[in-house]
Design a binder for this molecule. Structure first.
Ligand code: GRF
Length: 201
């Protein structure tokens, strides 16, 4: 049977996670969320996941070296056998220990049109550069920071007088539109054929 289980990793608000959850609930996305993992114990997204009755795991990362933390994540995820690992505001860089267990199957969302403005404060970077268009990107995570093949993007116009907050809010609306669609696309492409999934490259 086709595996359509999603693991979601988050560190904060969790609005992208909620958007994916809602898309599943509406029947727009054929998938299930097998677990929500957070490195931050009081992350709002983790609280929402509990309210939804989902399996939640808190795996604090403070003071833990990256490779070791990746190993802990991989171990926590293994029993769930997710088809995709969706990073949704997960404020840790995931490395080879995790990525090699899920080749081309770890997705991330970023609030800019990559490869422009990777890293933190992407919306601020766009404003500082005077960009006229920014947006959001779903990409397959690799070992870089906000790099990797791109299954989906959406452009958002930068308006006169935009602040970091106003631009971020309009971009976020689009994030909520594309993440679950990109997840669906990836799940549909994947069955049984790793090369096909990797063919995004
Ligand atoms: C989003 O802007 C996402 O693009 C970035 O982190 C933010 C997470 O927001 N990676 P939320 O926690 O999903 O509300």
């Amino acid at each position: 049977m086709n595996n359509r289980k999603l693991a979601v990793l988050l560190s904060g608000r969790g609005s992208n996670f909620v958007a994916i959850y809602e898309a599943i609930r509406r029947g727009d996305l054929d998938a299930s969320i097998c677990c929500v993992i957070s490195n931050v114990a009081d992350a709002a997204g983790l609280v929402r996941a509990k309210e939804f009755g989902l399996t939640t795991i808190c795996l604090p990362s403070q003071g833990i070296e990256r490779t070791e933390y990746d190993r802990m994540l991989a171990k926590a995820l293994r029993p769930f056998a997710p088809a995709l690992v969706c990073l949704a505001g997960f404020m840790r860089i995931v490395g080879p220990e995790l990525l090699r267990e899920y080749p081309s199957r770890v997705l991330n969302i970023h609030p800019a049109l990559l490869p422009s403005f990777p890293g933190l404060h992407a919306q601020r970077q766009a404003l500082q550069h005077g960009a006229k268009v920014s947006g959001c990107t779903v990409h397959i995570a690799d070992e870089g920071v906000d790099t990797g093949p791109i299954p989906m993007q959406r452009a958002v116009e930068v308006l006169e007088g935009d602040t970091e907050e106003s631009l971020s809010a309009r971009i976020l609306e689009q994030e909520h539109e594309i993440y679950w669609r990109a997840v669906g696309l990836m799940l549909d492409k994947m069955p049984g054929d790793r090369r096909e999934a990797a063919g995004w490259k």
